[in-house]
Design a protein. Structure first.
Ligand SMILES: Cc1ncc(COP(=O)(O)O)c(C=O)c1O
Length: 409
């Protein structure tokens, strides 16, 4: 009998991890000049064509952008998907791609549309629609699920299941009221990569229950081994129904401030999503889409950036070794560290570590518990973990690592 995963909904702090972190360290003077490894904001040099392309596209600021994005941007996204993945057929830029103002708002608002589409079709009045989230998870998933009036069901992940939700342990009664599943690969913060087989099983499960699979692929280009992370669109085959891939230029091209991303997949879903977006979503200014088109057409800066992440993780391998439960992740740019040795005095290990690193080293990091919720059994499995973003250049990252290992010792 699989263990049910529908945990009782305990009262949780739903605020942003960064607000909670600011509160944790408020009034505490940093012991050294402040250095942030908290936010997953790539600080690598942005591609040098950004300025000239933007300059050329300036007249576009004089127009309201269309909700779906420019035809050129959608075609560029479709072309990139086709080149990056082994797709059964090219993505249809007109029907199967929409521009997003960064993947975050898309991941949030897609929940509202999924609930509208699925709930009336499959659920009885008494049943509360559910959305399944991995634990830990990106905060926009839960915010979207809850804004859509769904129960955000936190599905445990374990180190021995590659930090991915155990699909076989999902309660059939829960699946029957599920309208969407969120999966992130590479995951934030653990950097786990879902195999094609895993994604295929997740999509099959979603389809069987009339639900959508929201595949958050915004770290898809930051992989640390030779293997590129598989994507949901290649796993889906020629039929993209129920499969939605979210991606953006934020991590791939080190352009988090561009606020440009896209969603691709199920055309029936995207039709409804576009109708919603015409009245409710932020558009992407046309000049910024022009920059994104240039960025999607260039892989050289992506390769250089990936090499820099690899060099930083080489340094982390050397400087951290096997301490603090450290393992080189498959992808992403976070260190995910076990700091249970610091728990105490009313603080979780993650909080105590973040506070100590700030007070002694001026280093800002995020307590792992702030990125997760309590799951089955009532405990937050990440409360004794710490997230450290390796987003700077090499010398600054060395400084981050030096302060980190000194402060955690
Ligand atoms: C897992 C994950 N998904 C989505 C996002 C959103 O990124 P953006 O809105 O910049 O595309 C982030 C940003 O940190 C993230 O870590």
């Amino acid at each position: 009998m699989p263990a049910p995963v529908a945990a009782p909904a305990p009262v949780e702090d739903r605020r942003s991890p960064f607000i909670r972190l600011a509160e944790l360290i408020a009034g505490v003077e940093p012991g050294r000049p402040a250095l942030s490894a908290a936010v997953g904001e790539p600080q690598h040099a942005m591609p040098d064509f950004v300025g000239p392309v933007l300059q050329e596209a300036l007249p576009g600021f004089g127009r309201y952008p269309r909700a779906e994005g420019t035809p050129t941007f959608r075609a560029a996204a479709a072309r990139w998907l086709d080149q990056r993945y082994s797709l059964a057929r090219p993505v249809d830029a007109d029907r199967e791609v929409l521009a997003l103002n960064g993947s975050r708002e898309g991941l949030f608002s897609a929940a509202i549309v999924a609930r509208r589409l699925v709930a009336p079709r499959t659920l009885g009045k008494a049943e509360r629609p559910a959305m399944l989230l991995p634990n830990p998870f990106y905060a926009a998933y839960a915010a979207g699920a809850e804004a859509a009036g769904c129960e955000a069901v936190i599905v445990p992940t374990r180190k021995d299941s590659n930090w991915l939700p155990d699909l076989d342990a999902l309660d059939p009664a829960l699946l029957a009221r599920t309208v969407a599943l969120y999966i992130a690969s590479p995951a934030n913060p653990q950097g786990a990569i879902a195999s094609a087989d895993y994604l295929g099983r997740a999509l099959e499960l979603a389809r069987r229950h009339g639900a959508y699979l929201f595949s958050d692929e915004c770290y898809s280009e930051i992989y640390l081994g030779a293997q590129k992370p598989p994507g949901i669109l290649e796993v889906a085959g020629a039929d993209l129904s129920h499969a939605l891939a979210f991606n953006s230029l934020s991590k791939r091209s080190s352009l988090p401030g561009l606020r440009c991303g896209f969603v691709a997949g199920d055309p029936a879903f995207l039709k409804e999503f576009l109708a919603f977006r015409w009245v409710a979503a932020p558009q992407v200014p046309e000049p910024l889409q022009a920059v994104a088109v240039a960025a999607l057409g260039d892989e050289a800066h992506v390769t250089a950036s990936r090499d820099l992440y690899r060099a930083k993780f080489d340094m982390a391998d050397e400087m951290i070794g096997a301490r603090f439960g450290y393992e080189r992740p498959g992808g992403g740019f976070f260190l995910w560290l076990d700091v249970s040795h610091l728990a105490g005095g009313g603080l979780t290990g993650g909080e105590a570590a973040a506070l100590k690193l700030w007070r002694e080293q001026g280093l800002r990091t995020v307590p792992g518990g702030y990125l997760a919720r309590r799951d089955i059994g009532g405990t937050n499995p990440c409360e004794n973990w710490l997230r450290v973003a390796l987003v700077h250049d090499l010398p600054t990252s060395k400084e981050v690592l030096t302060r980190l290992v000194t402060g955690l010792a």
